[in-house]
Write a protein that binds this ligand. Structure first.
Ligand code: NAP
Length: 463
């Protein structure tokens, strides 16, 4: 396995893939550790989770540089990502116990009935390269705190990040086998899902990978959570506070060099606000610094791989050929590395790629609509349903509008984000299940009903 710097094309490092014996040994360790880890107290897990947060903070620069080299993330954004990972560790160190308390439920007067939340064991996490630390910690922190153990199959272009994350847990004194990275390709996932020691799986990645993992997990009757793609609408109503809206819109599109599942991708603007929005939006996007991800001033780095940039450019070309107008960008930059500039398209036919597909790079599709009704109709006319946002001075109107989005999350006057405190996930082709929050921490647990009868129980009808 090789990691290649997308800003220069140079090989960062090469890694040996594990043999069949190595994989067998990792599974054995995971299964063995799962038994003892499930028995540890929340207090013990809390100590180790807090230690993991300290390890992360102590290596912020090192890990931010690693992300910049392996997948081109601008260094300042990499530091924020490491800090967010430390936060999620601390958050679940504190909150896991509260979310997983036994829940007493009413049944009959002569019985004590409750639901207990018991860990499942080794959970396979198949993860993407775009937030190579955060996506993994979003899975690992709640799940390790819940008593599960993690097996990571990270994206093949970020093996250094995969090993660094394993090192965080090792150096925080988690037991050997509590969190392991397997440097394997996607073809190995089917075998892992078929192994009886792997109890469940979570994927953050593309729709295609989601379908494949769901099929394989289904064949083995294993629970899955799927966090897939998105084409989030960003709806601008006629009373939107324009200056802040434009600033947020531009950053919502180009954060992480445009490679975010919850980046705003379709900007739906009512006609009274359209001209002002479009002018401001283009100006803001053109003001960003594009360059070396290791440079402190860089806002937008390279795309993570040249082939992904080519796919993005093909979507832009096909949309323009279908009749769209390109206002800025639209061509890879004429320089070394996979650099694609912020690109704004308008007059987009509804059946063209920018209207129908996810654009995983800094390409904004801007639509003009007559009114609120047309805005929500267009926002929901998409196979994905991950996040959505609406911008307006009138908060009640915003909340009413937010309830109409077909999405797993809806924000008013706020960029869509994943935050340790609230559940995150999608509907429709964006997947199912939740990470984070109470629903997230309860995905990979056995919600066991315990019924204690006082006195002798009556004969029941069974099922
Ligand atoms: P990807 O190609 O689906 O890869 C994601 C992970 O899945 C990688 O580890 C990949 O391994 C593995 N994989 C790919 N095909 C597979 C298969 N058939 N069976 C098993 N594993 C498979 O996605 P990506 O290009 O890395 O990431 C971009 C996509 O992820 C976008 O669609 C984005 O919206 C989505 N995403 C969603 C979220 C969310 O929270 N909903 C967050 C971030 C990204 P290899 O690298 O070895 O191929």
């Amino acid at each position: 396995m090789e990691s290649i710097n997308p800003a220069t094309g140079e090989v960062v490092d090469t890694y040996e893939e594990p043999s069949d014996d190595d994989i067998e040994e990792a599974l054995r360790r995971a299964s063995q550790t799962a038994d003892s880890w499930a028995e540890t107290s929340f207090a013990d897990r809390r100590t180790l989770m807090n230690e993991a947060a300290d390890v992360l903070r102590g290596r912020t620069d090192q890990y931010a540089e690693l992300m910049a080299e392996e997948m081109g993330k601008p260094i300042t954004q990499g530091r924020s990502e490491v800090e967010k990972c430390a936060w999620v560790c601390e958050y679940y160190a504190e909150r896991a116990e509260e979310h997983l308390q036994d829940e007493v439920v009413g049944s009959e007067p002569n019985a004590h009935t409750l639901v207990s939340y018991e860990p499942l064991g080794p959970v396979l996490a198949v993860m993407p390269w775009n937030f190579p630390f955060w996506q993994v910690f979003r899975f690992a922190a709640p799940n390790l705190a819940a008593g599960n153990v993690g097996l990571l199959k990270h994206a093949s272009n970020v093996p250094g990040c995969a090993l660094a994350i394993e090192e965080v847990f090792r150096d925080a004194d988690f037991p050997e086998g509590a969190f392991q990275s397997l440097l394997v390709g996607s073809s190995e996932v089917e075998n892992l899902l078929a192994d009886g020691r792997v109890k469940a799986a979570t994927l953050t990645g593309s729709e295609g990978a989601g379908r494949s993992i769901a099929q394989n997990a289904g064949r083995n009757l294993k629970k899955t959570v799927l966090e897939l793609g998105g084409s989030d609408p960003f709806v601008v109503l006629d009373d939107a506070p324009m200056e802040q809206t434009v600033e947020s819109a531009a950053w919502a599109r180009v954060q992480n060099s445009g490679q975010s599942c919850i980046a705003a991708k379709r900007f739906i603007v009512v006609e009274d606000a359209y001209e002002e929005f479009l002018d401001g939006f283009i100006n803001e996007l053109e003001s960003y610094e594009i360059g070396d991800p290791l440079d402190e001033d860089t806002d937008i780095g390279p795309q993570a791989r040249p082939d992904l940039m080519e796919d993005l450019h093909e979507q832009v070309e096909a949309t323009v050929e279908a009749g769209a107008q390109c206002h800025t960008g639209g061509e890879p930059l004429d320089r070394e590395g996979a650099f694609y500039p912020p690109t704004v398209l308008t007059d987009i036919p509804r059946d063209s790629p920018a209207a129908r597909e996810e654009t995983f790079g800094p390409v904004a599709a801007v639509f003009e609509v007559a009114d609120e009704e047309e805005a929500i109709e267009l926002a929901n006319d998409m196979k994905f349903g991950l996040g959505a946002s609406v911008w307006t001075e009138d908060l009640e109107r915003g909340e009413r509008f937010a309830r109409k989005f077909e999405s797993g999350g809806a924000f008013v006057n706020q960029m869509v984000k994943s935050d340790p405190r609230v559940p995150f996930g999608g509907v429709k082709a964006s997947g199912y299940g939740r990470e984070l929050g109470r629903p997230g921490v309860r995905e990979f647990v056995n919600r066991k009903t315990i019924w204690v009868q006082h006195g002798v129980g009556s004969i029941s009808l069974g099922e």
